[in-house]
Design a protein around this ligand. Structure first.
Ligand code: ADP
Ligand code: MG
Length: 939
């Protein structure tokens, strides 16, 4: 680009050069303006008009702008669209004589670093993640596997480190993945976290294309940093400095160099973006959430190291298939588990619930502690509803606290904080009632409730924060201005000097007001006015027409078109007093306000603990309410007792329901049909489920997983009774799920997902396979499905539910011990098929498809012909069956009855034609013709 002509555009280019990757919002008066490509991008996202600024060397400059006071909303949209936004402010007030005001970027907002209430989702975390991997790792893995001696020492070097932070809540954690499955496990973790932004080292070779592709699916922006930022040594230094500790031992990071590296890169990046300019512009017209985070990152006061295996693992595919937090197709958000069971009252509770869904527990003690609390809250209706009502008035303490420590909390934020804290004493009393009532009347079923229970420890963690409430109550006025820089923030009576100054200005203004009346009389000018403005202070204004009446002691100050402005000795004297007092009022208020804010910030740890306790209480109350209103029961866990006997736990669900579909049906006045399920590790670990389309197979599969997940979250479950094993993972794979949007063959996706199960499932996993194999030709699909069942059987033997349309698979019941058939039942009533939705033992009626065709009114000769075709295929199939399972035949298994599945592509097309025929529109002649064509295809 050629040199810009105007000083303003020169300034713009200089600033833009420093922030090439961000959309630059350039403050011009009351607007933020964007230019060039930035303007084109922003106008598209924001749907605002693209205009052009005066030509630069003959070229019109594209431009668009947003008013500063509404900027937050616009910026939020830019950030959600995955852009970074640099806020460039005017650093001095424009005044006469100044050629051009100084402008600086005060803050760069990125999808992962935004914190303002308007910028992030209330019910979701806003994660910024960093992924680190040592430069040697990519090449060293092969060598590492062969070597023996130094393998241990190298373990952490070869690991992949992940760290993530939610700036709006202060959560900061890190972990590491080792071994050959490290990348897959990293993907799982990122799939759960759904970070808004991910930091990676610049050399793209460390993270091959797959990584980038994976991020695509996540919708996260990728930010590349120089590789030295990810050096473990640098990271250790920057973290020690940040946390003001001599060593990172206390955080569990020692020995985890890559987790440390990732965490260090995060802090490095946050320092660069959040707290960019040390200065705030003089101009107070900058909305608070866009101000630089002055106090910096002090609220990130700790980091914790964790291991993925500390929770039940749900990979991204499973999370999507089970529709845990997002619908898998369409955008009916009400179809998710989260929506179906979210009865929380606060944003903190909603976020925690989401976290629990995505990371169910595996520690039995923790699960039982939660279940005890839910049982207690469920039984005590009155107390529970009182707690719930109290929770409703509590705002997002977690995020308010972060705003305080970030230094961006407004006076109104502090009032909101106090209003929420005011409810804690009542909350504590209610919680105390809830657990004390039990300890006095112990019931046999709930052994651990009472003192020492989860409710009592939450009671202890709830801090009434009387000191903070008192500080706000004494210090902040009832109806303060929106911005801390404006007068009127501090309450009267808080500071004697401030009160005195207020009196002075009030008196001074009264005197000036009475002067106006007096001067009107003295001069005889009825329209004489005494007014004030920012630039010229107080003045006496006389219109041009009355100018000749102006007294000689008036001093001329300013000339307007229709009037003249004056001052007088007396006015000057009072002006001096008023203005200097007002100036001091502002200065004192600012000082007092930051003192108050800082004193609260010092209590951030207590506030955060209290917020966490409230969040947990909120979720437990939500569980209890749902359990009470929807008739959920407490699950029992089987593993503990059985483990001693060396057996694997039983999974037994009596009268189980699908929590989401049940709720959706109920809203339409329909009833869900409950079903039973029995699985154990030995005699019945794999169920093959057959039955017609729409019979309820997929629903049955999913409800088993959802019930297990709910139970391990510590919730009651939709069933009459549930005995469950502790699961380490749930896998869900759906055949031919429509993944074309991601540009990979659906079948390839399906198979790579199945491969992951065969490679990772353990005996403690639950595997759901829904129509696996459907994504390819019938024969291929059946063969693969068959082989997968055999592999699960000879391998880890995870508890498995396999819904299939391949009736041939049901043969496996006879071949493999532990494999059993079940089916969803239907009833024929006249020409109607009624789906009973009941799951029953045995495989489905195999001629079912033709029956449906008959019921649907397909001409009898077509039906007859179809039966004949079917018989032919049975013969060829019989041969196949003998090859696959010679033992079964030799053992005298009953001869295979009629079945409908066909094997060659041509047969498939015939069946498709029959299926696709619109019988209502077919004339008898057309039906004959159709039949003739079909016959020809077969011969
Ligand atoms: P399939 O997988 O056998 O084709 P689905 O599990 O998708 O069948 O079920 C089809 C529809 O039937 C579901 O959308 C649901 O509305 C309904 N349904 C399934 N199971 C039940 C049940 N147990 N009670 C009531 N309705 C059910
Ligand atoms: Mg299905």
């Amino acid at each position: 680009m050629t040199e810009p002509t105007t000083p303003l555009m020169q300034q713009y280019h200089a600033v833009k050069k420093q922030h090439p990757a961000a959309l630059l919002l350039f403050r011009l008066g009351d607007f933020y303006e964007l230019f060039y490509d930035d303007a084109v991008v922003a106008s598209r996202i924001l749907q605002i008009t693209l205009t052009a600024r005066n030509k630069e060397k003959g070229q019109a400059v594209p431009m668009c702008g947003v008013p500063y006071h509404a900027a937050e909303n616009y910026i939020a949209r830019l950030i959600r669209a995955g852009h970074k936004v640099a806020i460039c402010e005017q650093m001095e007030a424009p005044g006469p004589g100044k050629k051009i005001v100084r402008r600086e970027v005060i803050r760069v907002l990125t999808p992962g670093t935004a914190t303002g209430a308007g910028l992030v989702e209330a019910k979701e975390n806003n994660y910024l993640a960093a992924v680190a991997r040592s430069a040697a790792a990519g090449t060293a893995t092969a060598a590492g596997a062969a070597g023996t001696g130094r393998a241990g020492a190298r373990a952490s070097e070869n690991a992949i480190g992940l760290a993530f932070v939610d700036l709006s809540t202060g959560e900061f954690r890190a972990t590491e993945f080792c071994g050959e499955k490290a990348e897959a496990r990293l993907r799982d973790e990122l799939g759960i976290l759904r970070p808004r932004e991910v930091l990676l080292a610049r050399p793209a070779t460390l993270f091959p294309v797959t990584m980038a592709a994976e991020m695509d699916g996540l919708g996260a922006v990728e930010t590349r940093l120089d590789d030295w930022v990810f050096e473990a040594n640098y990271a250790t230094r920057i973290l020690e400095e940040h946390f003001r500790v001599a060593a990172l031992e206390g955080f569990g990071l020692v020995g985890h160099s890559q987790a440390t590296a990732a965490a260090g890169a995060l802090v490095h990046y946050l320092r660069e973006t959040s707290a960019i300019g040390a200065r705030t512009p003089e101009d107070s017209a900058v909305i608070p959430s866009l101000r630089p985070a002055g106090a910096g990152l002090e609220h990130l006061d700790r980091i914790s190291y964790y291991e993925q295996q500390e929770a039940m693992v749900l990979d991204a595919v499973t999370t999507r298939n089970l529709e845990l937090v997002e619908p898998s197709t369409g955008d009916d958000a009400s179809a998710t588990l989260l929506r179906a069971i979210d009865d929380t009252a606060t944003g903190m509770g909603a976020r925690l619930l989401r976290g629990w869904i995505l990371r169910p527990e595996i520690a039995l003690a923790e699960i039982e502690a939660r279940l005890d609390a839910v049982a207690e809250l469920k039984s005590q209706t009155m107390v529970r509803e009182e707690i719930r009502k109290t929770l409703e008035g509590i705002l997002d303490l977690e995020r308010l606290t972060s705003r305080v420590t970030l230094g961006v909390a407004t006076p109104r934020d502090l009032l909101a904080l106090r209003g929420s804290l005011d409810r804690i004493p009542a909350l504590r009393r209610l919680v105390a009632v809830s657990f004390l009532s039990t300890s006095s009347s112990p019931s046999p079923s709930t052994t651990t409730v009472g003192v020492g229970s989860r409710l009592s420890s939450l009671h202890q963690e709830l801090d009434e924060m009387a000191d903070v409430r008192d500080t706000v109550a004494r210090g902040i006025a009832d109806d303060p201005p929106a911005l801390p820089g404006d007068p009127g923030v501090i309450r009267r009576g808080y500071d004697a000097e401030l009160d005195e100054l207020h009196d002075i200005t009030k008196k001074g203004r009264q005197i000036i007001a009475s002067m106006e009346e007096r001067e009107r009389k003295r001069t005889g000018i009825a329209s004489l006015k005494i007014r004030y403005n920012q630039v010229f202070g107080f003045y006496i204004e006389i219109s041009k027409a009355n100018l000749h009446l102006a007294p000689a002691d008036y001093e001329r100050k300013q000339t307007l078109v229709n009037a003249e402005r004056f001052t007088s000795t007396e006015l000057k004297e009072h002006e001096q007093k008023v203005l200097s007092a007002e100036e001091r009022v502002l200065a004192i208020e600012r000082r007092l306000y930051s003192e108050i804010r800082e004193s609260i910030a010092r209590e951030a740890g207590r506030l955060r603990r209290t917020a966490a306790a409230i969040a947990q209480l909120d979720v437990l109350v939500s569980f209890a309410r749902i359990a009470a209103t929807r008739n959920y029961t407490r699950p029992e866990f089987t593993d503990k007792a059985l483990a001693k006997k060396g057996e694997r736990g039983v999974l037994m669900i009596a009268g189980g329901r699908h929590p989401v579909i049940e709720k959706l049906l109920e809203e339409r006045g329909e009833r869900f049909v409950p079903n039973d399920l029995y699985l154990d590790g030995e005699s019945q670990f794999l169920l093959l489920i057959t039955g017609p389309n729409m019979g309820g197979k997929s629903t049955y599969l999913r409800q088993a997983a959802l019930i297990s997940i709910l139970a391990q979250m510590g919730s009651f479950v939709p069933a009459m009774q549930a005995k469950l094993p502790l699961l380490d993972r749930v896998f869900t794979r759906i055949g031919a799920s429509d993944n074309l949007a991601r540009g990979r063959s659906t079948f390839l996706v399906e198979m790579s997902e199945v491969a992951a199960i065969l490679n990772t499932a353990t005996a403690a996993s639950l595997v759901l396979l829904d129509e696996v194999g459907r994504g390819t030709a019938t024969f291929d699909g059946l063969s693969i499905a068959w082989a997968v069942v055999e592999a699960l059987h000879s391998g880890a033997r995870p508890r498995t539910l396999f819904a299939t349309h391949y009736h041939e698979l049901t043969e496996l019941e006879q071949l493999l011990p532990g494999v059993k058939n079940i089916h969803v039942s239907v009833q024929e009533a006249g020409s109607e098929i009624i789906f009973l939705r009941r799951v029953e033992p045995g495989s489905a009626n195999k001629s079912y498809g033709i029956e449906v065709a008959r019921l649907a009114g397909l001409p009898t000769d077509v039906i007859a012909r179809a039966r004949e075709i079917l018989r032919r295929h049975e013969q060829s199939e019989e041969k196949l069956r003998q090859e696959l399972s010679p033992g079964a035949v030799a053992g005298g298994a009953p001869a295979t009855p009629a079945r409908q599945t066909s094997f060659t592509a041509i047969d498939e097309s015939v069946l498709d034609a029959i299926r696709g025929a619109d019988l209502n529109k077919l004339t008898p002649i057309e039906a004959m013709n159709l039949l003739a064509t079909l016959q020809k295809q077969l011969s």
